[in-house]
Design a protein around this ligand. Structure first.
Ligand code: SAM
Ligand code: SF4
Length: 331
C-alpha cells in the first residue's frame, strides 16, 4: 500500500461502491420516476476491463472492500465475469452485491460460482399489492423465488434492505422482520433519503430508526444494541434478547454517520464521488480509456477524496439534493 486514502477530516477510505449500470427492471418510487427515464448509452458505461483497471489503481491506496450496485446490477450481462476479475485482484478482501433479486433465480448459481458470498437484497414488503405500488411492477413472486434460489445455491447471512418510508411501510416492518428471523437473514431498515427522482422526499416522510426499533421491540421481542464491531459500517446493529437474530438500522437522516464514513463511489459511466450526496464529481473515464498510468489514476482518486466535505446537510435548511437520483449514482 502506498499511503492510505485519507480526507481532510482524517477519515480513511477502504470501501468502494461500483455502479455497473443505471438501468433497472422495476421503478421504486423513492428512486426512479415511473416513466421517461433517460438511461446512459451503452458506449458511456465503463467496460469490465475499465472497472478492473480502476480497482487495480485504487487497491494500493487501501481500497479492499467492494460493493457492486446500480441501477439493477443483474441487468449487466455476464456480471459473474466481473466478480471473478475483481476477486482475483490481490488486496481485494470482500465483494458484496446489492440487488432487487428480480433476476436472481436465474443468476444465483453463477454468482456463487464466481466467488460472491455477500448479498444485500432489496425487499420492502411481502404484500404483493404494496410491492406493486412501491415498485410499479408485479414482481414479488420472482423476488421471493430469487431469494429461495440464493439460499439453495449456498448464500448465507443474506441481508434484506427495506427503505423506511413513513405512512407506507409500517405494516411491513414486522412481517419482513419475521420472514428474516425464520430464515436467518438480517433486515436492514434504511431511512428514506432525499435521492428520489421526483422530489417526493420531505422530513415527515422518513420512518426513523427509533420508531422501527420501538415497533419491533413491542411486536416481536425486545432489541438491544450490539457493541459496534466496525464503527465505520453504516448500520447500527441490534439483536433480539430472545436470541432470534439481528436487525440493522441505517439512520442516515435521523442520526447521520458521516464522521465515520469510509466509502467512495464510482458511477456506471466513470464519475468518482466522495459522497452519496456529493454535488461535485470527478470524471475518471478519460483516464481509464487512455494510456494513463495507475499512478495518474491514483492521483485523481486522491485529489477527489482530499476535497471530501465533512458530511451531507440533509437536516439543515441549506441542504441541496444531488443532481442525480439514487439509481444513477449507485446506492
Ligand atoms: N437495484 C438494487 C437494489 O434496489 O437493491 C441496487 C441499487 S439501489 C439504488 C440500492 C439500495 O438503495 C436499495 O437496496 C434501496 O434499499 C436503497 N434506496 C433506493 N432509494 C432510496 C432512498 N430514496 N432512500 C434510501 N434508500 C434508498
Ligand atoms: Fe431499481 Fe434499486 Fe432503484 Fe428500486 S431502488 S428502482 S430496484 S435501482
Amino acid at each position: 500500500m502506498i499511503a492510505p486514502l485519507i480526507d481532510g477530516f482524517g477519515r480513511v477510505h477502504d470501501n468502494l461502491r461500483i455502479s455497473v449500470t443505471d438501468r433497472c427492471n422495476i421503478r421504486c418510487f423513492y428512486c426512479m420516476p415511473e416513466e421517461g427515464v433517460q438511461f446512459m448509452d451503452r458506449a458511456e458505461i465503463l467496460t469490465f476491463e475499465e472497472i478492473e483497471r480502476f480497482v487495480r489503481a485504487a487497491v494500493p491506496l487501501g481500497i479492499s472492500k467492494l460493493r457492486l450496485t446500480g441501477g439493477e446490477p443483474l441487468l449487466r450481462r455476464d456480471l459473474p465475469r466481473l466478480i471473478e476479475k475483481l476477486a482475483a485482484i490481490p488486496g481485494i478482501r470482500d465483494i458484496a452485491l446489492t440487488t432487487n433479486a428480480v433476476l436472481l433465480e436465474k443468476h444465483a448459481a453463477a454468482l456463487y460460482g464466481a466467488g460472491l458470498r455477500r448479498l444485500n437484497i432489496h425487499l420492502d414488503t411481502l404484500d404483493r399489492a404494496r410491492f406493486e405500488r412501491i415498485t410499479r411492477r408485479d414482481d414479488l413472486p420472482r423476488v421471493l423465488a430469487g431469494i429461495d434460489k440464493a439460499v439453495e445455491v449456498g448464500f448465507r447471512n443474506i441481508k434484506l434492505n427495506v427503505v423506511a418510508v413513513k405512512g407506507l411501510v409500517e405494516p411491513d416492518i414486522v412481517p419482513v422482520a419475521k420472514y428474516c428471523r425464520e430464515r436467518g437473514f438480517e433486515p436492514r431498515y434504511i431511512e428514506f433519503m432525499p435521492l428520489d427522482a421526483q422530489s417526493l422526499w420531505d422530513r415527515t416522510s422518513v420512518l426513523t430508526a427509533d420508531e422501527i426499533i420501538s415497533q419491533l421491540s413491542r411486536e416481536i421481542a425486545p432489541l438491544r444494541a450490539v457493541p459496534d464491531a466496525d464503527p465505520r459500517a453504516p448500520a447500527t446493529e441490534y439483536e433480539y434478547t430472545d436470541g432470534g437474530g439481528r436487525v440493522g438500522l441505517i439512520a442516515s437522516v435521523s442520526k447521520p454517520f458521516c464522521l465515520n464514513c469510509n466509502r467512495i463511489r464510482l458511477t456506471s459511466e466513470g464519475k468518482l464521488r466522495y459522497c452519496l450526496f456529493a454535488i461535485d464529481e470527478t470524471d475518471v473515464r478519460p483516464l481509464l480509456r487512455s494510456q494513463a498510468s495507475d499512478e495518474a489514476i491514483a492521483a485523481v482518486i486522491r485529489s477527489n477524496i482530499a476535497a471530501k466535505w465533512i458530511g451531507h446537510e440533509i437536516n439543515s435548511p441549506q441542504f441541496v439534493p444531488p443532481p442525480r437520483p439514487m439509481y444513477s449514482i449507485g446506492g
